[in-house]
Design a protein. Structure first.
Length: 81
């Protein structure tokens, strides 16, 4: 007798699938488990990180960094720039 008792077959099937792949194909089992945790990381871990650890980075300028508006002091040679 299984540990799930007298539940209908469609309740047992996901547990059988997980048990089978955990023993015969652990890479499928762990890949599925990690993929299932994706929404948890988005909705739970990100706000907790922002509150307790660190904020998001400062976004880069859209058009890149500006070039300084000044005259060049000397002619550059090699890797001086």
């Amino acid at each position: 007798m299984s540990s799930l008792g007298d539940y209908p077959v469609y309740y047992k099937q996901p547990f059988r699938w997980l048990s089978y792949h955990a023993h015969t194909r652990p890479y499928v089992f762990y890949a599925t488990a990690i993929a299932a945790l994706g929404p948890v990381f988005i909705f739970v871990v990100t706000p907790v990180r922002r509150k307790f650890l660190y904020e998001d980075h400062v976004p880069l300028p859209v058009n890149g960094y500006p070039i300084p508006r000044r005259a060049r002091d000397k002619n550059l040679k090699g890797y001086d720039d």
